[in-house]
Design a protein. Sequence first.
Length: 288
Amino acid sequence: MTEEPGDSVSPMTKRRPQLAPWRNAGRVAEEQRSADDIVRETGWVFNNETGERLTLAEFVATGTEEVGYYCHHLGLHWGEHAVGKTFVEIGSGIGRMTASFSRIFARVVACDLDGAFLERCRETVAQFGRPDRLQTCHVDDGRTLLIADDSADLAFSYITLQHCHPADAMALTREAIRVTRPGGHVALNYRTWTGSDAILWPVGKMVRASFRIPGLGSTLARHRSTARLGWQANRLAPAAVLGEVAPLLDDVRLVRSPKRSPFGTAGVTEETYVGVHRSHWWLIGTVR
Ligand SMILES: C[S@@+](CC[C@H](N)C(=O)[O-])C[C@H]1O[C@@H](n2cnc3c(N)ncnc32)[C@H](O)[C@@H]1O
């Protein structure tokens, strides 16, 4: 029996099984004939939407809408301050939000673990954004940004850090701060504990372990329900993140859902926004 390319378990997936859904989606993306097909086959890994008639244009429209309301509700107002500025997006995927960022900022560095996603990101930005403003950065080891110190005005990450090994998520947090110039900002999205994790967390661990099984693992990683159970590799509470990076930031704000009680982190302003998922929170800060 010949082995399918998706059936082998790469050394990276062995070490970080939560990455299997992205690796698989990247491979599936490479097999598609058109950008619309890619969104129909793999779009759900980015925005959780499925449908046989989805188009890239509709997919990008969801990103553009989110860019608009996060800009406003996270208090970043990048429309006013973006002229001539450099923006780093950690976990760009195939450019759902990147296209919009490239219309706002003078330079956008899209960073992702998956090289195939970055190629598609470039195509998405070519169709819906400003490709002349785009640079890509392959995060080959899942934790290092090949970007110079102090070169960005804003480092941003959305629904990505929750998918990283906790040590990688913390490494990327420090990287976001390192690449941002003093006085620039970080806006980083994390996932923390909720009551439902009493079940979700152990089940997720089992599913992640099964991603390592040749053949079965890649099948499970391609299915939405099992991929979604296994791909969240950490829960990071504000205290854990701030314990490490608060000394590097000024004017720290946390933005959480109004449905959850305050985190109560000393010396930090907490704000609420209905558009934030109950399990998510944002760290916003000015780099020292
Ligand atoms: C849920 S998708 C979100 C993509 C994009 N932010 C959006 O909202 O459409 C998460 C992305 O993070 C990338 N990713 C996962 N782990 C990563 C890591 N350690 N370093 C860089 N990118 C990573 C995945 O390849 C994927 O493109």
